[in-house]
Design a protein around this ligand. Sequence first.
Ligand code: PGA
Length: 248
Amino acid sequence: MKNLIVANWKMNPANADEATKLADAVTAGVKEMAAEVVLCPPFVFIPQVSPSGNVHIGGQDCFWEDAGAFTGEVSARMLVHFGCSHVILGHSERKNYMGETFGMINKKVRASLDVGLTPVICIGEKTRGEGSENKEELASQMSEVLRDVSPEDAGKLVLAYEPEWAISSNENAQPAHPEDCTAAVEFMRATAHEMFGDDVARQIPILYGGSTNSENIKGFIDAGAAGALVGSVSLDADEFVRLVKNAV
Ligand code: PGA
C-alpha cells in the first residue's frame, strides 16, 4: 500500500485565489511521487480544488445527518457530491474549541462510511504521560469512536496517531519521538485486532500527525506510520512537496 499524506489546511489560506494556487502547486509537485496525497481545504474552498492522479480531496469535518435543520453543518453526502473521497474526523481542535465529544465523532464516522467517504480518525493523548496511561487513553478513544462499526467497514477507514502535545499550534509543542510513534502504532493495531480481528487490523493504515516536516517525516515512516496528517507545513507548497517526496 502506498503511504498516505493528508494535508489539513485548517482555516487557511485567506482566499480562494490562494487556495487554488496552493492546490495547483502541490498537485504539480507531487504528480510523479509514490505517495497518495489528500488535500483538506476549508469547506468553501473545496470547489477550487480538483482531484487528479494521486491527489485526492477531503473535508476537515462533516455532520452525521444527510440533510435537515442543522445550521452551519455540512453532511458527509455533500462532501461526496463535491468530489471528496476522505474526511478528517475527531481532530483535537474540534474537541477543544467546538466541544466535540467521542459520541459525536462516532456518529460522524458511521455516517461517512455509509456514503463511501474514508474517515481519517484522529486518536491521541492530551498530554505526554507515562506509556501505560497513554495507552489506556488511546484504547478508550478507539472503543468510543469505532463503536458499532462493522469489521467490513473498519477495513475501509484510516487512523491517525495525533498526540495533542505534538501539534505545532499548541504551546511548547514538539514532535513525538519515532519510538513513541512505533509504540502507539503497534498498540493501536493491537487494539484494532481485538475489536475487528487480525485481517482487518492489518489493513488499517495508521498515520502519524504532529509537527511533521520534510526532515523528520522519514523517521516516522521508518517507525511504522503509513503516512502523516500534516498541519502547518501543508500550507507551504515547496516544503509540503519535499515532505511527500521524503515519505517513502
Ligand atoms: P501540525 O498539525 O502538523 O501543524 O503539527 C497537525 C494537525 O493538527 O493535524
